[in-house]
Design a protein around this ligand. Structure first.
Ligand code: F3S
Length: 379
């Protein structure tokens, strides 16, 4: 209600699900634990959590100390008492894929970007407390990205050369600060996969404050007419995906060459850990890692972070990765777990992890493609 008043919302609207950040003891500490423990109520819609600070079952193997593990467990139990599922992932769309036009209350920034941009669902970038409030009443205030008029692109980003894989994340890292909290529409010479869009959005949200982006001819929400003619346009938009014959592109436009992206990816000082799965890896990304291993065992510490449900649905794939020496880690990630603090330099395939691991974990970070990360791991 308070947020609705601040942002001029006309009413509360029902939401299909909530995803709640503020879970790792590393980030919320005792004050956060106390606040959650004092709340009363029960979630009335499906609600899941962001990654916590450890693998709930295998924390000892991550060199997590017993005090941290106990506090983390108390946080999860406090959420469970509120009817929130202890499914801790930043890719809740692999649990249940929201539909075009669904209203949500999600808080993890990469998940928000994916839901809005790749799926055409509608969510603001909620804080942990407001997502939790939405879980308890099944509603959120109708403002921001819930309102179609606010979802128009504000800046065109023309990418002049084809790119692939981790380059999308590196591009997001470079472009994010230029866009801030705007809504970019990209024109690409290549067609990104959903995983590539996931990495682009995660990095845009981390290095800028992007919560929605469009890709011309690719993402499901395309604008045919400029905002001032939105009434004429509205019927088409409500009907969901279509392939219009012309598009609305903002005049404010940035041309992006790939020099900065390539320079970022050339920085390859030797890492002592390789961490993949930021955002949590999809089944396709796990398969790609297995292919890149080419039957070899890794010779360095390698973590692959993914959601527990996704892992448990694909036991053979997880066993194979583990048989090559990879640590598949559930419930947590390299940024929100204190386990990453034990290392000096981390190699990642994610623009978001590149942005956050230095400040959140005190490690240097370098970025490469998934294939380069695995080569480094086997060297
Ligand atoms: Fe997810 Fe952690 Fe990255 S929460 S998006 S894996 S920083």
């Amino acid at each position: 209600m308070a947020l609705g008043d601040i942002y001029g919302a006309d009413r509360l609207i029902p939401v299909k699900s909530a995803q709640i950040a503020g879970v790792s003891y590393k980030t919320i500490g005792d004050a956060g634990l106390e606040w959650i423990s004092d709340l009363k109520g029960k979630a009335v819609i499906p609600a899941a959590l962001n990654p916590m600070g450890m693998d709930r079952d295998a924390w000892q193997g991550m060199r997590i100390d017993a005090h941290f593990a106990q506090k983390q467990e108390e946080i999860i139990k406090a959420y469970e008492r509120l009817g929130i599922k202890a499914e801790c992932t930043c890719t809740p769309y692999y649990l249940e894929r929201p539909k075009f036009g669904d209203h949500l209350a999600w808080s993890e920034s990469s998940a928000v970007c994916y839901a809005n941009s790749v799926l055409g669902a509608r969510t603001n970038r909620e804080g942990g407390p407001s997502a939790l409030a939405a879980a308890l009443i099944g509603k959120t205030a109708n403002y921001g990205l819930h309102v179609r008029e606010n979802r128009y692109p504000t800046v065109t980003i023309k990418v002049k050369e084809p790119i692939h894989g981790a380059e999308y994340g590196a591009l997001g890292y470079v472009v994010g600060p230029k866009v801030g909290d705007g809504i970019p529409i990209f024109t690409f010479k290549s067609t990104p996969t959903e995983d590539e869009l996931k990495h682009l959005g995660a990095a845009l949200a981390a290095s800028g404050a992007v919560a929605l982006f469009h890709v011309l001819g690719v993402t499901p929400e395309q604008y045919i007419l400029p905002p001032e003619r939105i009434d004429v346009d509205s019927r088409d938009l409500e009907e969901g995906w279509q392939v219009p014959t012309r598009y609305f592109l903002p005049k404010d436009s940035i041309d992006v060459g790939l020099d900065a992206v390539k320079a970022l990816m050339r920085k390859h000082e030797e890492p002592d850990i390789i961490a993949l799965g930021c955002p949590h890896a999809s089944k396709e990304e796990l398969e790609e890692i297995l292919r890149d291993l080419k039957g070899r065992n890794v010779r360095k510490e390698v973590w692959v972070c993914t959601g527990r449900s996704l892992g448990e649905k694909n036991p053979a794939l997880i066993d194979k990765l583990r048989s090559h020496g990879i640590k598949v880690v559930y419930d947590t990630c390299m940024v929100v777990s204190p386990a990453a603090n034990h290392f000096k330099r981390m190699m990642v395939n994610s623009g978001k992890a590149l942005k956050y691991t230095p400040s959140m974990c005190g490690v240097d970070a370098v970025i490469g493609t998934t294939e380069e990360c695995i080569e480094e791991a086997c060297r």
